[in-house]
Design a protein around this ligand. Structure first.
Ligand code: NAP
Ligand code: GDD
Length: 380
């Protein structure tokens, strides 16, 4: 296991690639140059839920963190600037190969975390081609940027100083599940254009590892939530809906399939697993989840219970939220992550739902019922 080593280096090793420096022994007399080395991470999707938690985690681990941001006037960039002020920003878009090469060249990262995606499953039917381009081919473009900038080719293997790559794969790839719980070996049967695009990115990451010897890994993460979750996802839709009803801003909450089940965890726990995967000596893929599944109906019941209301009085099912093809039930077997990474989740389902409802009650109380930016009140 690598350590987060900060080395004092003398000028003789100052020209080595950064990763070689971490594995190099500190030479005699190293203290005289006093160059403090910090690991550098580039995170795509920095404006999203996971990007924010991962950036905080890496900063706390002593990293220099860079976030890739897109768009001419992306409103979420201002929020990142204000609230993750230690994160440095670089422009780029997963649709634009040249921009990714420029970003990798500029940042010279030791680790790249590819969290950017169109991640809302229903949108992937409405904009299937765009989803394929961003969520699927975007992975290829990031890997190519790393490969080109590292000078790796079929005939030239990476050196020990190579850039390590993390891909945000998804339990949505299991789709119509072939077995339960799902492991790293469970075959994929994706049920949405999003799931298909993620499966492409997953296989491509394995392929770059096998073709070029790159340190490229995928985390197959099950659903993870927080007060920073986008308002379109069911947990946050429910926590916001419950808070609005409790505070008298709304009377009804319209939902789709209450019969689906998910393995829900806390996003803050899951970003630790991402980092641990890049700390390993050998690259490998890991399933990350709690191993416990709950129904959407259970989520709804619990969230209303937190504020002392009965969900039957407020929830209406609406066919508009039913998907063309559903993933009925997901449940992780996180045994490999547990034994090899030493990872396990700290926050359970009840605590998570309570945290989200309470955060939204606070947010809406302060804002008078508005939650346009969709992030909760926990430090955002
Ligand atoms: P999220 O909140 O939806 O964030 C998605 C991020 O992708 C945003 O920062 C967005 O930036 C960025 N993005 C979208 N299109 C882009 C483009 N063309 N170029 C560059 N950036 C672009 O997602 P999340 O919940 O944090 O999830 C992070 C990753 O994990 C995603 O890949 C998701 O598919 C995957 N995943 C999530 C879960 C989960 O339960 N949360 C589970 C498994 C896998 P803008 O602000 O510019 O839109
Ligand atoms: N969003 C939403 N809105 N979902 C609803 C609703 C509703 O009104 N009513 C019922 N659901 C059900 C969906 O049909 C689905 O079965 C379940 O709630 C969870 O939906 P989401 O919260 O939208 O998440 P997801 O499971 O489709 O996808 C999330 O998790 C994946 C990992 O399994 C996303 O974060 C993906 O990006 C991620 O890969």
């Amino acid at each position: 296991m690598r350590k987060n080593i900060r080395l004092l280096l003398n000028s003789t090793v100052g020209k080595l690639p950064r990763r070689d420096l971490w594995s190099a022994a500190v030479p005699a007399g190293a203290t005289d140059a006093e160059t403090l080395l910090t690991r550098r991470a580039l995170v795509t999707g920095i404006t999203g839920q996971d990007g924010s938690y991962l950036a905080e985690h890496l900063l706390a681990e002593g990293y220099e963190v860079w976030g890739l941001v897109r768009g001419q006037a992306n409103p979420r960039v201002r929020r990142v600037r204000q609230l993750l002020s230690d994160v440095r920003l670089v422009r780029g878009d997963l649709l634009d190969q040249g921009s990714l090469i420029s970003a990798v060249e500029r940042v010279q990262p030791d680790e790249v975390y590819n969290l950017a995606a169109i991640s809302y499953v229903p949108m992937s039917w409405q904009q299937a081609e765009l989803t394929g381009e961003v969520t699927g081919l975007g992975v290829l473009r990031v890997l190519e940027a790393i490969r080109v900038c590292s000078g790796i080719s079929a005939s030239r293997s990476p050196t020990t100083g190579q850039i390590r790559f993390y891909q945000a794969s998804s339990s949505e790839m299991f789709g119509k599940v072939r077995e339960s719980p799902q492991t790293e070996q469970t075959p994929f049967h994706p049920r949405s254009p999003y799931g298909v695009a993620k499966a492409y990115g997953h296989h491509l990451t394995q392929n770059y590892r096998e073709s070029y010897g790159m340190f490229a890994v995928s985390g197959i993460l099950f659903n993870h939530e927080s007060p920073r979750r986008g308002a379109e996802f069911v947990t946050r839709k429910v926590s916001l809906g419950v808070a609005k009803i409790k505070l008298g801003f709304e009377r009804q909450l319209r939902l789709g399939n209450l019969g689906a089940s998910r393995d829900w965890g806390f996003a803050g726990d899951y970003v630790r697993a991402m980092h641990l995967m890049l700390e390993r000596d050998e690259p490998a893929d890991y399933v990350v989840g709690t191993g416990v599944t709950h129904g959407v109906g259970e989520l709804v019941e619990l969230a209303f219970k937190v504020v002392g209301l009965d969900w039957h009085d407020h929830v209406v099912t609406d066919a508009a939220f039913i998907r063309p093809a559903e993933v009925d039930r997901l449940c992780a077997n996180p045994a490999k992550a547990n034994s090899e990474l030493g990872w396990d989740p700290k926050i359970g389902f009840e605590e998570l739902v309570t945290m989200m409802v309470e955060a939204d009650l606070e947010l809406l109380s302060v804002s008078g019922g508005h939650a346009e930016d969709s992030f909760g009140s926990d430090a955002w």
